[in-house]
Design a protein around this ligand. Structure first.
Ligand code: B1M
Length: 230
């Protein structure tokens, strides 16, 4: 189908409807059409994909949609994100730091975490994406292998977010807590929860997470320069 005859608002509404209905084949074309009209990747994400997924979330909560339908919507969203991926990850800047990121044990939600990963790549970070259902051992093995500046943990369930503390405690037990900056995020996570479990930062959304990561790297660089000068 051609979306040329729809105005921008109708195009976004169509995108949200098709995402809701899990019509995976249509979403990439709609995303491309919005981009062709001068919309930024962030505008397409917010106005089309995330807005559509928000409606899915409400109807999932209210028992109107069930897991199979939500999975189809998630797959449609991923198809749209694949179109945006090269735009979000393209970077002309030198590597600014390394981040290991994963969804914690017991949790298989990965859309938001992947978005954060893509936008960090776009900001010049090397991102090691561990995927879903990551236990503390998996994070530790990745830390040993990749020596990241930051680890990021995502949780979308109130039952899985406490696991972030398990990982932070493991960093402490291994004697490396002070060497690594820990950022956490995900819909049920709050600033207060992040602080209480001992994380260094709470990323409300992908854009904020990028800003936090960049600020941390600037501080780290500054401290290294000061130590060298002393
Ligand atoms: Co799930 N699910 N789900 N689900 N699911 C939620 C989270 C829920 C809120 C729905 C609801 O009831 N309204 C609810 C959780 C309730 C709670 O705990 N409070 C829920 C539930 C209950 C469940 C199951 C238990 C359902 C069941 O089986 N009965 C089950 C659990 C499975 C498991 O993990 N063990 C389940 C399963 C699924 C699907 C598999 C069907 C699917 C996931 C597919 C996938 O991810 N590949 C799914 C989906 C899609 C959702 C909703 C509808 C959408 C999540 C999403 O992708 N949002 C969700 C409802 C909702 O959140 N409104 C829901 C879009 C995404 C861009 O946003 O992930 O919030 P988000 O990410 C944002 C920020 O949070 C932040 O930046 C992102 C971008 O701006 N962020 C970070 C995320 N991670 C970050 C990490 C950072 C920093 C920022 O630092 C490292």
């Amino acid at each position: 189908m051609s979306y040329k005859e729809l105005d921008l608002e109708e195009l976004y509404l169509q995108m949200q409807d098709d995402l809701y209905d899990g019509v995976r084949e249509e979403i990439p074309q709609q995303v491309m059409e919005a981009l062709a009209r001068g919309q930024t990747p962030q505008e397409v994400l917010d106005g089309g994909l995330v807005a559509g997924m928000d409606i899915v979330g409400v109807d999932f909560r209210d028992g109107i949609l069930f897991v199979p339908e939500v999975l189809m919507a998630a797959n449609a969203m991923k198809a749209g994100m694949e179109v945006l991926r090269p735009l979000l990850t393209e970077t002309g800047v030198a590597r600014v730091g390394t981040m290991v990121i994963g969804t914690v044990k017991g949790d298989i939600h990965d859309i938001g975490k992947n978005l954060v990963a893509m936008m960090l790549e776009g900001a010049g970070f090397e991102v090691v994406n561990l995927g879903i259902n990551c236990d503390a051992d998996k994070f530790m093995a990745a830390i040993v292998e990749h020596k990241p500046d930051i680890i990021g943990m995502s949780a979308l369930l109130t039952t899985t977010m406490p696991y972030m503390k398990t990982v932070i405690d493991t960093l402490g037990e291994e004697g490396i807590r002070d060497d690594i900056y820990v950022m956490v995020g995900g819909a049920p996570v709050t600033e207060g929860f992040a602080r209480d479990m001992g994380a260094d930062a709470y990323g409300r959304d992908a854009a904020v997470s990028v800003e936090i990561a960049k600020r941390h790297m600037a501080r780290k660089l500054e401290a290294a320069r000061a130590a060298k000068a002393a």
